[in-house]
Design a protein around this ligand. Structure first.
Ligand SMILES: O=C(O)c1ccccc1NCC(=O)[C@H](O)[C@H](O)COP(=O)(O)O
Length: 208
């Protein structure tokens, strides 16, 4: 089976090209003002154009207004939107009318959100730690009974632990940022390459 590998927190053309060259399926561009990896829509657009058509560009938002999300996503020409925060089902559905949505949930909300979005093809769940971009791994084994088929996983992942996380939960996609950086918003090339390679290797042992 395959796994989608997303490298988040892209802030430059250089890092977009690096992650795409390492084999990432998706690049994340963070538009949440609280982030140390904040990028402008203009830079995200330029970076997205530099990686060709087969790499997804994901705009990442945290508790931002619907207008702001749609305007920013359009300006950056992203291909999908990732939504963090306390958001109503109506809000998520409104964004999903325009973009495929990665709806990010914390462990405490996983069961309720999995029920809400079951069978909704435009919304994919991503389980993440309570503090996005914080580099803290989850307790994968404890989450095993709750983890929905087809969901993605984030939270403190890197080359050193992505295989164990995948073995525990069989996520359809994995996402990381903190452990792939040499500094806030700057990618460490070796860490990015190792993360993508390890995720690909671990996916080979997925159940058929
Ligand atoms: O990374 C951030 O700074 C951030 C800030 C606000 C909202 C989302 C943010 N990151 C979103 C991501 O997709 C991260 O890759 C994900 O939370 C995992 O991060 P990490 O645990 O550091 O690998």
């Amino acid at each position: 089976m395959t796994v989608q590998v997303k490298v988040c927190g892209t802030t430059s053309v250089r890092d977009a090209v690096l992650s795409a060259g390492a084999g990432a399926d998706a690049l994340g561009f963070i538009f949440a003002p609280v982030s140390r990896r904040l990028v402008t829509p203009q830079v995200a657009r330029e970076a997205g154009l530099s990686v060709g058509p087969s790499v997804a560009r994901v705009g990442v938002f945290l508790d931002q207004g619907l207008d702001e999300v749609l305007r920013t996503a359009e300006a950056a020409r992203v291909s999908a939107v990732q939504l963090h925060g306390r958001l109503s089902g109506l809000y998520v559905t409104a964004v999903a009318a325009y973009y495929p949505v990665l709806r990010v949930v914390r462990p405490a909300d996983l069961a309720a959100e999995a029920d809400m979005w079951h069978g909704h093809n435009g919304v994919t769940l991503m389980l993440d730690a309570p503090e996005p971009g914080g580099g803290i791994p989850l307790d994968w084994n404890a989450l095993r009974p709750l983890f929905p088929h087809g969901a993605w996983l984030a939270g403190g992942l890197g080359a050193g632990n992505v295989a164990a996380a995948m073995q525990a939960l069989n996520p359809a996609g994995v996402d990381a940022v903190s452990r792939l950086e040499s500094g806030p918003g700057v990618k460490d090339p070796a860490a990015v390459r190792a993360f993508v390679q390890e995720a690909r290797r671990a996916a080979q042992s997925y159940p058929q």
